[in-house]
Design a protein around this ligand. Structure first.
Ligand code: HEM
Length: 159
């Protein structure tokens, strides 16, 4: 049961990373509507991930690295950086979403985002996403790597 939840958690965090890449691609191509949809999808996957991850923690399931010693330090550097940035990703994503929401509300529609009432919010949105996007991508990619490493070299210590 906990193992299945863990698998779905990894699938959802990877899907959120894929949706994020589409979202960035769309905005680079000035497609705001598709950008908004992709980012809402990415945020929904990330929310499902969080629920699954917390459920897994609640079930007390845990795996420990039991692979070659030469890779132990690299593994823990990856794991600790992943945990720190995953925690940071939540307020970063909320800051980006909040400013997009306020901007859209002020602009009334996406073709009006340059209106003076909305511009400030979208400037802030751009400032937040400068950090949100790389952090989110790092978390999605390293989450997947950690899952693969533990699939190969992990040993269940609880669950
Ligand atoms: C956490 C979720 C989101 C992330 C990570 C994100 C990411 C981005 C990125 C990377 C850019 C390009 C910034 C640049 O060129 O400097 C951008 C711009 C933009 N985003 Fe988002 N976005 C998110 C959510 C949303 C949502 C929900 C909306 C819907 C209103 C939205 C609307 C826009 C618009 C209109 C722009 C263009 C802003 C401008 O031209 O100044 N974004 N976003």
């Amino acid at each position: 049961m906990a193992e299945t939840i863990n698998q779905w958690a990894v699938i959802t965090i990877v899907l959120s990373g894929v949706a994020l890449c589409f979202g960035v691609f769309f905005i680079r191509n000035h497609n705001r509507e598709a950008h908004m949809r992709a980012m809402i999808l990415a945020s929904s996957f990330a929310t499902i991930f969080l629920v699954l991850y917390l459920t897994r923690l609640g079930l007390g399931y845990e795996k420990r690295y039991a692979g070659p010693d030469t890779w132990r330090t690299a593994y823990y550097v990856l794991l600790i950086s992943h945990i720190i940035l995953a925690t940071l990703n939540l307020p970063l994503a909320l800051g980006a979403l909040w400013n997009a929401y306020k901007g859209l509300k002020a602009a009334k529609n996406l073709s009006n985002i340059d209106a003076p009432v909305a511009r400030g919010f979208f400037n802030k949105h751009r400032a937040w996403v400068r950090w949100t996007v790389p952090v989110w991508l790092y978390v999605a990619v390293t989450g997947w790597i950690i899952y693969l490493v533990l699939g190969q070299y992990g040993e269940v210590i609880k669950g």
